[in-house]
Design a protein around this ligand. Sequence first.
Ligand code: SF4
Length: 429
Amino acid sequence: MTATSTKKVQGLRYVTRFECIGSRCEDTCCRGWEIFVDERHYFRLQKTLAATPEGKADFAASFQPRPPGARDKQSYALLVLQEGKTCTFLTEDQLCRIHRDHGAEVLPNLCALYPRSLAKIGSRFELSTATSCPEAARQLLLHEDACDIVDVSADILPRPDMAMTVPASTRDPWLGLFDVVRGSLYRGVRRRQYPVTSRLFQLASFAQEALPFFHRGCGSDGSFAAQKMKFELQCLEDPAILDEQHARFSASAASSDVTLALLARIFEAHLKENPTRPMAQLLGEVGLPTVADVHPTSLRAVLARTMPSLAPDFLARAETWLENFCANVFLREWYTYSPDVVVYLQVIFVRLNLIRFFLYTHPQTLAAHALPDPVQRREAFDKVAVQVVYRVSRAVDHLLELLQNIEKILVEKQTQTLAYSTLLLQLGA
Ligand code: SF4
């Protein structure tokens, strides 16, 4: 029994099914990242590799301590990536040489954890994974039960001391209600009697009503109102209110203009700064390879070409992918880091639109539609979903500023209205 075996650990069911597929993976963990090495493992690796002259030379060539002013315990050094932007320790069969020769114990924290991340809420641990790993995306997206919350064996907890935390009890309601609010978002996006966009509209309606008294700082600026918050949380579980919100959203005739303008801006910035990265590759595949191609009119034209052909079985399958993607995001990317829940949701809506745009326009989606055999057809749809979600996630994770910039744009434009959230849920020609 390990030191962590007595701990309560939970995760979504797909986490228990995830296993790195190593040399069978269509990508690698380390391509294109900036890989930080924590101080403890930097020195441990130095000692381990120094056992042979080759190892010593490997260490000197591969790990670069950061300048004294820039380094901290978790980002003490950088792994120097080789030509092709992969780690020098990656073997020809795509396996990690350090792991193979010296075991997982000596791996830097980031390498030992990826794609998993750990959280500690009170005394409970939670394990989740990033969708920038294709195998994690596969396990998450393709199964109806992937997002059920289950107990996880504590023995698979990697590096429990690396967990991000929220205090179990706090006088700040923004943090103190964390488990309750996050649980409501998670339950809300899993109400399968409504389309996913209606479920997200219901959540946006809750966030909007709660905004005056539930936002970061609501405990200290005196605006928090416990009774009103309780009422709004109850509304989010009330079938009559949810039905009414679904009917209202379904009847809204909002245009996609706002979404397309935002996507065009993101694509343009991405192509200028990261022409070889995953989203740039996706843009090339859907026929928008250059900055000159990514304006709202051309995005609309691409959608107009493909969307009328999308079949009901594809759109039904997309509901599962999008639901699971959102449930995973709600659990692992906490609203507490945003100024309020409205902006938090709006940034997720933008990310969802990136995914929907590529899902709806990708040539492989259309090719899959042509397959007569329903099993093969569904497998082909699923394959596109994994490729799109993992590559969009990789683009977003590689470029954390992308999310911060989206949030900044939204806050600057004062978009915290239900009308704007409704616009961000629209994607069409
Ligand atoms: S990206 Fe995922 S499946 Fe691929 S090598 Fe890394 S952990 Fe394994």
